[in-house]
Design a protein around this ligand. Structure first.
Ligand SMILES: NC(=O)c1ccc[n+]([C@@H]2O[C@H](COP(=O)([O-])OP(=O)(O)OC[C@H]3O[C@@H](n4cnc5c(N)ncnc54)[C@H](OP(=O)(O)O)[C@@H]3O)[C@@H](O)[C@H]2O)c1
Length: 332
């Protein structure tokens, strides 16, 4: 698979990564099976999808344990990205950016992942109670201690924190400018997909001009852009899409023209090319520093998604995708 380098530390990874979250968190819990997920991770490593994206809060903790089972056997084949800063309570998820906590959490992640170094350690969310420089400083000490190779910042929560009138990533960019004073940012992880392209406005250019890598979270629009979800079929009660405004039966029906457009482009590239692959190829086309991390628990989807690394969209394809109607259904 094509390799891409992300960030100041010139970290090389396969162009398409693997988001491990659905194996233990967020989607269709009744279909989470440890052994099948493990096979999916091995398949990704076989195909060169080396970037495994996890977090201590996925599960919580069980996703890192699962990834650790693969790393124990295949550490040299993998690039492991995990996250710190969010704690799962009974009723809420809370941020914790206290330096002492960050250091203890890192040691616990290393144990669960069965490795002595984390390739990319990401701040999952900044703690409003702790200056972000303090949290980042503790993370930088982990690099100096050899426990972590590089640091990243997640901006997936930007929607929730946006002030009215501000652009989606204004606050993230201010945060990035602050932490850069303390220690270099190697990668930013934020939502980027055909139906959520906002990162293209300011965040992606910010990363590009500073040599910072960009991990595209939710590149398949939480599964919608694959065309495999039927409007009105419903979701399990604890599936994040059960409460997501774009996943009501009405909005899923209204957004079908986006899937139809991806399918049209796919057809031009061959009868076996899928809308999911076009969605990933579109993300890959946004810059050589961009690495999509499609999430899945299934080996067959890992294989399909990895193959998107060889799909080259033409100028006409990219124009057609750009002209698709904007997504309906908003979080704001
Ligand atoms: N930093 C953050 O705060 C943050 C937040 C969200 C996500 N992320 C990261 O980004 C990764 C990707 O985001 P995501 O998993 O939420 O959303 P996504 O990649 O847009 O979509 C995942 C969903 O698509 C399905 N899928 C994957 N490939 C498919 C294919 N080829 N055909 C049909 N269905 C397919 C999966 O099904 P199955 O579940 O059945 O396999 C899963 O339900 C996560 O895994 C996580 O690592 C980070």
């Amino acid at each position: 698979m094509e390799r891409r380098t992300i960030g100041a530390a010139a970290l090389a990874v396969g162009a398409v990564g693997l988001g491990c979250m659905p194996m233990s968190w967020a989607y269709s819990a009744s279909r989470q099976r440890g052994d099948e997920s493990l096979r999916a991770v091995h398949r990704a490593l076989d195909l060169g999808s080396s970037l495994l994206d996890t977090a201590d809060m996925y599960g919580p903790f069980t996703n890192e344990l699962l990834v650790g089972r693969a790393l124990k056997e295949r550490r040299p084949d993998a690039f492991v990205s995990t996250k710190v800063g969010l704690l799962v309570g009974d009723q809420h998820i809370v941020a914790n950016g206290r330096p002492g906590y960050v250091k203890r959490a890192c040691d616990a992640s290393l144990r669960r992942l069965q490795t002595d170094v984390i390739d990319l350690y990401q701040l999952h969310r900044a703690d409003p109670e702790v200056p972000v420089e303090e949290t980042w400083g503790a993370m930088a000490e982990l690099v100096q201690a050899g426990k972590v190779r590089a640091l990243g910042l997640c901006a997936v929560g930007a929607r929730a924190g946006r002030r009215s009138g501000a652009r989606l990533h204004d606050a993230t960019i201010r945060q990035l400018e602050r932490v850069q004073q303390v220690f270099p940012v190697s990668a930013v992880e934020a939502e980027l997909s055909v139906w959520s392209p906002e990162a293209l406005e300011t965040l992606l250019p910010w990363c590009e001009t500073r040599g910072v890598g960009f991990l595209a979270a939710m590149p398949l629009g939480n599964g919608f852009l694959t065309g495999r979800l039927r409007p009105g079929a419903g979701f399990e009660a604890d599936d994040v899409r059960a409460r997501h405004p774009r996943f009501t039966a009405e909005m899923m029906a209204a957004n079908q023209p986006i899937v139809a457009g991806l399918r049209r482009v796919a057809r031009r590239h061959g009868e076996h090319v899928t809308p999911a692959q076009v969605a990933l190829a579109w993300v890959l086309a946004q810059g050589p520093h961009v690495v999509p991390v499609p999430g899945t628990k299934q080996e067959r989807w890992v294989t399909e998604n990895a193959a998107a690394a060889t799909l080259r969209l033409t100028t006409e394809d990219l124009r057609e995708v750009a002209e698709l109607p904007p997504a309906q259904g908003s979080w704001d």
